[in-house]
Design a protein around this ligand. Structure first.
Ligand code: AMP
Length: 287
C-alpha cells in the first residue's frame, strides 16, 4: 500500500495507475476509521480495482475549533485497517499541503446547503465542497464513494459534481449501524457510557416513524412528531432538529406525503459535548 502526502505525488500515482488500465475509486474520510468507512471501501471495489482512501481532518469544514482539536486521529490504526482491506493507496495530506499560506479559492454550494445542517454549522458545507473538489483533483478517480450517514453532504456533492462537470461517478452507501442501531461515527468514541446508551434514541425514534410510515401513515406532521417527541423525552439528548424532507431536493414536506416522492427524516442532537446526526429514508424503494 502506498501512502501519499502531497497533491502532486497523489496525481502522479493516479496517472500511472490509470495509464496501466485500472479503474480508481476514492473514499474520502477524516480517518478514525470504523466499520462504516470499511463498508464504503468494500462498495468501492464494486466499481474499481484500485481503491484510494483519503484521510484528512479538514479544518475548513469545522465550525467549532474545539471539535476540530478533539477529533480522533489514530493514523497508525487507520493505515493498518486500509492495508488489511486491500486499499491500494492512502492519501493523507498535511494541512500545509492542502492550504498553503496564499490559499484563497472556495467552492460555494447552492441552496441545498442552506437548510438542515447548514444553519447549524455556518461554513461547514463550503468547507466540504472545497475539500472534496481538492481531493478529487488530487486523486483523479473514476468513482467517489460517500455514506448516506451524511445525507445532505451526499446530495450537495452529487449536485456539485454535476454542476461543475467533474466527471466522477458518485456512489452513495446506506448507513452502517451498531447492533443496537446507533449509526457508526468517529465521534461515538467521545460519548460517555451513559450518553452512548442514550444515543440509541436517535435510531429508535427514526425507526418508530418509519414503522408508522410502513403501516400506512402519510401525515407529514405526525411522521415528524413521532421522532421529535421520542428524542425530546430522552433527558440526556439535546435535540437540534427533526426534519421530514424530499430526499432529492431536501425541501421540507408537509401535508399528506405523495408516494411518488422519496421522503427522508433527518435529525441532529447533542449528547454532552458530542453532536450526532442520523437519518432514515421512508420510501420503500430507497432502502
Ligand atoms: P467521515 O470520516 O465521518 O467524514 O466520513 C467519511 C465518509 O464515510 C462519509 O462519506 C460518511 O458519510 C461515511 N460514513 C461515516 N459513517 C458512516 C456510517 N455509519 N455508515 C455509512 N457511511 C458512513
Amino acid at each position: 500500500m502506498d501512502v501519499l502526502t502531497t497533491p502532486a505525488d497523489m496525481q502522479r500515482w493516479s496517472d500511472r495507475v490509470r495509464a496501466g488500465g485500472h479503474r480508481i475509486a476514492v473514499v474520502p474520510t477524516m480517518g478514525a476509521l470504523h466499520a462504516g468507512h470499511l463498508t464504503l471501501v468494500e462498495r468501492a471495489f464494486d466499481h474499481a480495482d484500485r481503491v484510494i482512501v483519503t484521510i484528512f481532518v479538514n479544518p475548513l469544514q469545522f465550525n467549532e475549533s474545539s471539535d476540530f482539536d478533539r477529533y480522533p486521529r489514530p493514523i497508525d490504526d487507520d493505515l493498518d485497517a486500509c492495508e488489511r482491506i486491500g486499499v491500494a493507496a492512502v492519501y493523507a495530506p498535511t494541512a500545509a499541503a492542502m492550504y498553503g499560506p496564499a490559499f484563497q479559492t472556495r467552492v460555494v454550494p447552492g441552496p441545498l446547503a442552506d437548510r438542515l445542517e447548514g444553519p447549524m454549522r455556518p461554513g461547514h458545507f463550503e468547507g466540504v465542497t472545497t475539500v472534496v473538489t481538492k481531493l478529487l483533483n488530487a486523486t483523479r478517480p473514476h468513482t467517489a464513494v460517500f455514506g448516506e450517514k451524511d445525507f445532505q453532504q451526499l446530495a450537495i456533492v452529487r449536485r456539485m459534481v454535476t454542476d461543475l462537470d467533474v466527471g466522477v461517478d458518485v456512489v452513495g452507501v446506506p448507513i452502517v449501524r451498531e447492533p443496537d442501531g446507533l449509526a457508526m461515527s468517529s465521534r461515538n468514541v467521545r460519548l460517555t457510557p451513559d450518553d452512548r446508551d442514550a444515543a440509541t434514541v436517535l435510531s429508535r425514534a427514526l425507526f418508530a416513524a418509519r414503522e408508522r410510515f410502513d403501516a400506512g401513515e402519510r401525515d407529514a406532521a405526525v411522521l415528524r412528531r413521532i421522532p421529535s417527541d421520542l428524542i425530546a423525552a430522552e433527558p440526556r439528548a439535546s435535540l437540534e432538529y427533526v426534519e421530514l424532507v424530499d430526499a432529492a431536493t431536501l425541501e421540507p414536506l408537509d401535508g399528506t406525503l405523495d408516494d411518488t416522492l422519496g421522503a427522508a427524516l433527518l435529525t441532529a442532537a447533542w449528547f454532552g459535548d458530542v453532536r450526532l446526526i442520523d437519518n432514515v429514508q421512508l420510501s420503500a424503494d430507497e432502502r
